[in-house]
Design a protein around this ligand. Sequence first.
Ligand code: ATP
Length: 338
Amino acid sequence: MYRVSVIEGDGIGPHIVSLTRGLLEYLADRYGFSVSFVEAPAGDRVKEETGEALPRDSLEKILSSDACLKGPVGETARDVIVFLRQRLDLFANIRPFKTYQGVKSMWSGVDLVIVRENTEDLYRGVEDVGHDHAVSMLVITRRSTERIARVALEMAMRRRKKVTIIHKANVVRSYVFFRDVCLEVARGYPDVSVDEMYVDNAAYQLILNPQGFDVMLTPNMFGDILSDEAAGVVGTLGIAGSANIGERYGLFEPVHGTAPTLEPENANPTAQILAAKMMLDWLGQKKNDKNVLKAAEDLDKAITTLLDTGKTLTPDLGGAAKASQFVEAVKREIAEQR
Ligand code: ATP
């Protein structure tokens, strides 16, 4: 039995999370594993109701679960996700971006992963703001840099064996340190081709030549910004899922935010579903559970088929399908596979 804590979040969050839960129950039934969901309320709405964005009880539920499935949260992101990344030591943020034949985008043949250090940099929260000054400290440690570099290099070994280290070493000395530690770790991976790029050039190349990237290894803030750009390159934020992984915990969420102006049924649930697919992969590998791994694989195939054929598309992709209709189409696709 997998115990999954659930943060529904705000805006479109509760709807796309609820649909994704239904899909996970369907997969559990079909592939022979069991999953139980534990509500861990957090976010803007919870703060309004209780005064706290992440109540103690929710944190305890997350800490005692096997994995956390999280929807987007709005203004309280710092108190929820930035806090959880540090508290659970979720040091690796994995964000894959791919083009699909049926999804209109600037390019085809894009398949890259942003591997973002998730606990340090300017987001560490070492800050001092007064009336006449504001200081935020950029923190990079050897330990965190070494472990995120290893994640990126290991991932490259399973892919096209290429890592690009993104930094701003020409201006900020802490990024010289980041780059140099990454290069030291890379010496242990002679089969991986490693290059480096200033973040401004990376932002430019991501638009002009996204197929040139395989694994982009980034400090925290650059990875955050480049992720939204990469989502734009592949067509929409609605198809970008992500994993936050540490030694013990895993938390899975879409890259996008709460899209507060969007009617929830007009949202694309794919990013949330792909986050759940990454959760199944992580749980399946951790517990060596073939059923869960097969469910993840077939879910990925179903999404790929739907997005390649463009048969059922949500409004962000130019289609008319409601979020719930898309999820039903995913289930039908899975049923046809087996
Ligand atoms: P937040 O304040 O929570 O960050 P936001 O609207 O500023 O919300 P996002 O939620 O990331 O930022 O949305 C950016 C844009 O992408 C919006 O135009 C939104 O409608 C669109 N978008 C985001 N997620 C989806 C989705 N799942 N399906 C369709 N469109 C989406």
